[in-house]
Ligand binder design. Sequence first.
Ligand code: GLC
Length: 502
Amino acid sequence: MDPMGLRVAFLAAECEPWAKTGGLADVVDALARALGHPDIDGVDGPVDVFLPRYRGVPDLEPSAILGEARLAVPDPRARAGSSAVTIVDVAANGYRLRLVDHPPAFDREGFYGDAAGDYVDNAWRFGLYCRAALEALRADGRPVDVLHLHDWQAGAIAILRKERFDDDPIIGPAALVTTLHNLAYHGWTDNAALPQLGLRPGGAAPGQNADGVDLLAAGIEAAEIVNTVSPTYAREALTPAFGMGLDGLLRRRGDRFIGILNGLDNTVWDPATDRDLAAPFSRDDLAGKATCRADLLGQVGFDPADDGPVIGMIGRLDPQKGFDLLADATPELLAAGGRVIVQGTGHPSLADAFRSLAAASPDRVALVERFDRVLARKIYAGADFFAMPSRFEPCGQGQMIALRYGTPPIVHRTGGLADTVIDETADPGKGTGFVFDRETPSSLVEACRRAFALRASGGAAWKGLVERGMAVDFGWVTGSAPRYVEAYRRAVTIRGEERATR
Ligand code: GLC
């Protein structure tokens, strides 16, 4: 905390432990906390994190509620011109959570959609969320230096700053930093839906073209600094193969577009203190890891006495994550003595693939088709390897957790996976896991064979691999949070100069 430092507010659609579908939630929580850490200079913490109050947000401890304010928020869809929104301020672990409560928008089954697909009024829902956050900051009356926008759900902030608040004493001077956690989701809003944002076709709002508004593009176009969550993905994003249609726009941002590798919260993820594990362990004392392995195998109905290699994989069941590659590779992995444990929810066809594999070999393949925080920790700790065959991966967190839990990752060389895992075969004695180059089942199988062989050889090479992985420090406070502070400073300078020369 630094009273002379910058005042920072996050706009993020997910934040652990209140709302999570993926890694975004962990990163928002951990980065917000790290920025308020006493060792971080330059931020007047604690940071504000604005989050929609979805139906799934757990009940709040009355003692944690810092205050509630009811605001009349301009709403393009409200007959009266505005809607009542309540901002509930909550003391979180290291930051201030600010829940944006408007039941017609957020008291629904899903965050972004339901079984029928994305909600058709998402532009309105997240537009109102953004507007409410800005009104809350204006009501505070304290200048805010940086609005940190995470993914498309925050993109309306970029539109509002330009279209409504350029001269506003609180919002006008604020610099925008946009973080791209995943280029696959754009918040595309076609012309017919533009009234949801109070916009008309043919305008020149950030992210707008002849057909509508791309809310992710809005955040990219208008922000003083744009970043994504690893250096390799930042380079990949500039190419048509990875840019998801935004590579041209990103190339035009030049050196204002950077990569900052995500960290890992070492206090949240620590096998020595993790109470969900059957036994604690650490790099200096690995004994407990065998207990964790036996516990995990028992939980999923595998024979704990079988010493053959067990591969774990956790995530959204999405083609991005390469679950289909693992499914296709599984028969060969089983033939090589391996077993597979998969946890996740998502695409029914991916779940089906593992369900039939598990039905055929219930003692060798397990599908845990639910989001289970406790079992996830048991998998990180108890599996022998952790697979991440993602087709693209802006950063990825599972591989970092697996390293810390002494479970060597097997990953596709892409994005943040390439930046966080060192291939042991290419660099014997220096590696931390196994990396493969082609997004095919056979390339994955080949990497698994290398991994199985090293483990089977036992001895020092295997022990060294595990220990090097556990020794890697991805801590936010010492690593990536200071990179964000630098980005904030740069963004503030750029915004100040731009306004001074008008
Ligand atoms: C998204 C990306 C993932 C990244 C996470 C947090 O979920 O797919 O790679 O780690 O955001 O930045």
